[in-house]
Design a protein around this ligand. Structure first.
Ligand code: SF4
Ligand code: FES
Length: 208
């Protein structure tokens, strides 16, 4: 097996050594450097949906913003996790997320970045489309009981009743992953019509 090379980069003025193939987020975490995340999960493939983990990197005198949970480390990278540009992007993302969900996880981050009032209004879908539920169900449980439908502003998460009815009642592992609490508190209402997920799961658990 090929031995992984060591990569040396600088994060927030500290020299950090990482293994080849690691992401900037993983290298930072290994070094005890905080980068906020909402759609990242260590057991799941990198996804890069929420962009809250954005960092600024410089190389050969040029700087740009990248998504640290998907960008892999390279020798000589200079990374700033809280530069003014990074903070500006995170603030905007959080303001947009707050319009979709007033969940505690989003509010806590918003407070951390000094956002005091909402600038945008939108439908409170209570879903930030992080995909944790969908990816966990597919990658870890290999059940695909939940998925995305629609595009753009119509994009949302739905349970697939024909699969959910056979697997969800005894699993529910995605519930605790959802950063907004949407999953434990409600269901989409499209696939299930007027049935809530709770009603649905209770139905499945009732004795025949
Ligand atoms: S329901 Fe929750 S876990 Fe699933 S995509 Fe929306 S916010 Fe993420
Ligand atoms: S945590 Fe990196 S894009 Fe969501």
């Amino acid at each position: 097996m090929k031995k992984l090379q060591k990569v040396t980069l600088t994060i927030n003025d500290r020299e950090v050594t990482a293994k080849e193939g690691m992401t900037i987020l993983e290298a930072a975490r290994d070094a005890g450097i905080y980068i906020p995340t909402l759609c990242y999960h260590e057991k799941l493939a990198p996804y890069g949906a929420c962009r809250i983990c954005t960092v600024e990197l410089s190389r050969n005198g040029r700087s740009r913003l990248v998504t640290s949970c998907v960008y892999t480390v390279e020798n000589g990278l200079i990374v700033k996790t809280e530069s003014p540009k990074v903070i500006k992007v995170r603030k905007l993302l959080l303001e947009l997320m707050l319009a979709s969900s007033p969940a505690k996880a989003i509010q806590d981050l918003a407070r951390q970045y000094g956002i005091e009032k909402r600038r945008f209004e939108a439908d409170k879908t209570n879903c930030i489309l992080c995909g944790l539920c969908v990816r966990y169900c597919s990658e870890i449980k290999q059940a695909n009981a939940i998925g995305f439908v629609g595009r753009g502003t119509e994009r949302r998460v739905v349970f697939h009743p024909e699969i959910a009815s056979t697997v969800c009642a005894s699993c529910r592992e995605c519930f605790s992953l959802c950063p907004t609490g949407k999953l434990p508190s409600e269901t989409d209402g499209v696939c299930f019509d007027d049935l809530t997920l709770d009603d649905f799961l209770k139905t499945q658990q009732s004795p025949a």
